[in-house]
Design a protein around this ligand. Structure first.
Ligand SMILES: *[C@@H]1O[C@H](CO)[C@@H](O)[C@H](O)[C@H]1NC(C)=O
Ligand SMILES: *[C@@H]1O[C@H](CO)[C@@H](O)[C@H](O)[C@H]1NC(C)=O
Ligand SMILES: *[C@@H]1O[C@H](CO)[C@@H](O)[C@H](O)[C@H]1NC(C)=O
Ligand SMILES: *[C@@H]1O[C@H](CO)[C@@H](O)[C@H](O)[C@H]1NC(C)=O
Length: 811
């Protein structure tokens, strides 16, 4: 199992790594002479990588110095050129190393890509050879033989190769020549060789000039003066116990710590055998770090030691006896790394605002960690707090991508503090952390939401145009314009009227205003849609229904349908003398266009000829006798009836009901008067009337037949009896009589049963009823049919009929 499982696991791991870890592309190598000025073009990286300039800038190409060293180069994103950001001095960057290489990285994002760049810094001859001392003092016994050799320290040139010291020239003199031999460690042994014996008596002292020349073009030179004192005696040169002294010590060693002790012996006695030590060649860095006790030969730490600055110090120590005979030896001090550098975290190309709709896995930044220590002291692990929807994906060495792990929602969490902790693997380990603040940028992903599912607005009719009706309100949690809500009415029609001519809405506040005065009798309620839209692009919207209910106001006076209000004094009710108490004699019919209490009518007799004779039903309007009629009662009885609605304040109308107590038309005083005044005229009138009746009747028959053919299925209203309410009295919008005699509006065909009276033995009232069958009852002389649909095409006979009816009433 294990044998099979392992390769599979490896494959999976490799597949995972190949997805996550972006490849490190081929190295690029450039060379540049040292000391070139800023902006010097080292090469064209864009061209060398085959990237166009657009890609360079869109992928945020930049140069990072490796290991957090000073960054010497920049990339020009418009040209793709690698340019110098600072002057490079080979000697300070690479000291004495023969090959001076500066390493950099070119970082590209999306996907993260790293290119290693090596920059070879070429030496130029910018340093002259330098001798350790300006003057070398030699003391030589006059007995010295020809061929005797005296060691000199060599000159040093910070430049390398051809630019380093190449040759020495000794000033022409009579006694000495120069001998140069190579040493085992690659240095040069410089010796003054006695060519002709010295004679103290002739010359006690002599001075020579030694010149060192480098191989640069043009060459540079340095000189030293050799001061020779001729003595009477001679001695032995000191000898070091070791040819090379080596020591190794941890960096950050305490000041004063003894590193090693050099020691040389001189066979001579006295002052000739006293050896003193001094550095013959030492780098300035080493000079700051170590001191040499000239008497004991102890090398101690005198300055801070930094492994990261320099890990190996090489120096030469000269041992010299009292007479100036000297030897030198090499000292090599190795530093050992100590975990003294905490890891450093660098955030690169961190997006400060991440859109909330970014898909999980979106790269939002690159993290680079660096630890200047070596080996495991410099191995760094990076972790991120677990309470944020982000993770670190290891990429190229020391690089991590910061990616999202879940969907973000600005309306829930608008910002995150992400803490990254980097820990190295030294013992004890060091760690550091960095917190970054990430804002989530808004996306218009929430439509406005109304606070209520629906709204209803109440407005009383006869309102002032412009008065507010109600306020709708919607909220949108998005940011700024994405969450700014504007209101508008959805353009639609209410019974053919555009909504905009009824209502308007304040786009900002959501306050709905009435555009015009409402009339409850025309429009009782309607619905409009209000749309709330945010200002995003594209905008999101939602809508809500607002029901507008118009409330009734008592703005219509009761309208009396019967008797006709315009005091037609001739419309008179006949009351037979034989009528007993509590008999129905007439009825006042009134309607009120308002509704509810405003249309609840009550009837009162305000004035009567004989107050005790008649009474009126408060709500029915029925006029009844209170007692039996006696012979003493006057023939003419007038009642003034007031009809009042129940509104606040109430409105009322009055009418006069004329009653005639008589069994005989001839008794009617008016008619009597007529016959007294002009009996012959009356006869003439009657003849005309009869002729007219006949004519009308024939006309009526013809019309009836015509109507029958014309509108077989149209409802007809039949008048039966002397008291009927012709349709012409009905206000256009009324129909449908309810129990209290109130007519409700519906502008439609009159298809109702109006039961105006209950049957009474003396009643002149009959039913008024609609007939749908279109048949014509044929059993009455006073019957009259009419096309009662006032909107029908065949209603031109109405006026004739009304006249006819009135005439009949008079008769
Ligand atoms: C990049 O190169 C162009 C052309 O040489 C130059 O005009 C521009 O200043 C350079 N940009 C930078 C940042 O050095
Ligand atoms: C992030 O840190 C800042 C400053 O410390 C603080 O004001 C803010 O509330 C923090 N935000 C979150 C989401 O914790
Ligand atoms: C609004 O949302 C859009 C995307 O829908 C976004 O581009 C824009 O930046 C947002 N505006 C604000 C002010 O956040
Ligand atoms: C109102 O909203 C519903 C769904 O919420 C939508 O189907 C309808 O089209 C909207 N009406 C208008 C007028 O925008």
């Amino acid at each position: 199992m294990l044998n099979k499982g392992l390769p599979v696991a490896c494959l999976v791991l490799m597949a995972f790594l190949s997805v996550v870890v972006h490849s490190v592309k081929a190295d690029m190598s450039y060379s540049v002479p040292e000391e070139m000025k800023r902006g010097y073009v080292v090469g064209n990286i864009g061209k060398d990588l085959g990237l166009n300039m657009k890609e360079l800038s869109s992928r945020k190409a930049r140069i990072n110095a490796e290991g957090n060293r000073k960054r010497f180069c920049n990339i020009n994103l418009t040209t793709g050129e690698l340019t110098l950001a600072d002057i490079m001095d080979r000697e300070s960057i690479c000291k004495e190393k023969l090959s001076c290489v500066v390493k950099m990285e070119l970082v590209l994002e999306n996907p993260l890509e790293l290119h290693k760049i090596t920059l070879h810094v070429q030496d130029t001859n910018d340093n002259s050879p330098v001798f350790t001392k300006d003057v070398v003092k030699l003391e030589i016994r006059e007995s010295a033989d020809k061929g005797a050799r005296f060691r000199l320290s060599e000159a040093h040139d910070a430049d390398i190769g051809q630019n380093a010291v190449q040759s020495y020239i000794l000033e022409n003199n009579d006694h000495f020549i120069l001998a140069i031999t190579s040493t085992k460690d690659g240095g040069k042994n410089l010796e003054l060789v006695l060519d002709k014996e010295l004679d103290r008596e002739q010359q006690q002292e002599l001075t020579l000039v030694l010149t060192a020349l480098d191989g640069g073009i043009p060459p540079r030179s340095g000189t030293v003066h050799i001061h020779v004192t001729v003595l009477d005696a001679n001695d032995n040169a000191p000898v070091f116990t070791e040819e090379v002294y080596r020591a190794s010590l941890p960096e950050n060693s305490a000041l004063g710590a003894v590193v090693l002790k050099v020691s040389a012996t001189d066979l001579d006695e006295g002052i000739n055998g006293e050896v003193t030590y001094e550095f013959s060649r030492v780098s300035s860095l080493a000079k700051q770090a170590f001191t040499l006790d000239s008497i004991t030969g102890e090398i101690t730490v005198c300055g801070p030691l930094d492994y990261e600055e320099d890990s190996v110090y090489e120096m030469r120590v000269e041992g010299k006896d009292g007479f100036g005979l000297s030897t030198d030896t090499k000292v090599i001090i190795d530093l050992k790394d100590v975990n003294d550098n905490t890891p450093e975290i660098y955030l690169q190309s961190l997006i400060s605002h991440i859109p909330e709709n970014a898909a999980p896995g979106t790269e939002i930044g690159i993290i680079n960690v660096q630890d200047r220590d070596s080996e495991s002291n410099g191995q760094v692990q990076c972790v991120i707090g677990s309470n944020v929807p982000f993770k670190l994906v290891p990429s190229i060495t020391n690089y991590y991508s910061l990616v999202t792990t879940a969907e973000l929602d600005r309306e829930v969490t608008s910002d995150y503090n992400i803490t990254i902790t980097a820990t190295d693997e030294g013992t004890p380990s060091l760690s550091s952390y960095k917190t970054m603040h990430l804002m989530v940028a808004d996306v218009n992903d929430n439509p406005p939401a109304f606070r209520q599912q629906s709204y209803s607005a109440h407005i009383t009719e006869n309102n002032k145009p412009g008065s507010p009706v109600c306020t709708v309100s919607a909220t949108d949690p998005d940011w700024r314009q994405n969450g700014t809500v504007n209101y508008a009415l959805h353009s639609s029609d209410v019974d053919g009227t555009p909504v905009s001519s009824l209502l308007s809405i304040n786009a900002d506040t959501g306050v709905i205003h009435a555009v015009r005065q409402f009339d409850y009798e025309k429009l009782k309620s309607f619905k409009v849609q209000v749309i709330a839209r945010d200002n995003g692009s594209p905008p999101l919207s939602s809508n809500v229904t607002v029901s507008v209910l118009v409330a009734d106001e008592n703005d219509n006076t009761p309208q009396i349908l019967y008797p006709a209000p315009e005091g037609n004094s001739l419309m008179t009710e006949m009351v037979p003398k034989s009528v007993q108490g509590n008999s129905l004699v007439s009825k006042v019919i009134a309607v009120d266009a308002d509704s509810g209490q405003n249309a609840w009518l009550s009837y009162h007799i305000v004035k009567a000829t004989d107050p005790g004779l008649f009474t009126i039903g408060v709500h029915s309007g029925e006029i009844r006798t209170q007692r039996d009629i006696s012979e003493n009662d006057g023939m003419k009885q007038n009642l003034i009836v007031s009809v009042k609605d129940n509104g606040q304040p109430p409105l009322s109308a009055t009418c006069t009901v004329y009653l005639l107590i008589s069994d005989n038309l001839a008794e009617i005083p008016e008619l009597k008067d007529l016959s007294h005044d002009s009996g012959s005229k009356l006869t003439t009138y009657l003849i005309i009337a009869l002729v007219s009746v006949s004519t009308f009747f024939i006309t009526f028959l013809i019309i009836t037949l015509a109507v029958k053919f014309c509108h077989r299925r149209k409802p007809r209203l039949l008048f039966d009896g002397a008291v009927a309410i012709p349709s012409a009295y009905l206000p256009p919008n009324y129909a449908d009589v309810d129990g209290t005699g109130t007519l409700r509006s519906v502008r439609s065909a009159y298809n109702y049963d109006a039961y105006l009276t209950t049957g009474s033995r003396t009643s002149d009232f009959k039913f008024v009823r609609s007939y749908n069958d279109g048949t014509l009852p044929a059993d009455s002389t006073l019957r009259k049919t009419s096309s009662q649909d006032p909107f029908g095409p065949c209603d031109e006979t109405d006026s004739t009929e009304v006249k006819y009816l009135r005439f009949l009433q008079i008769v």
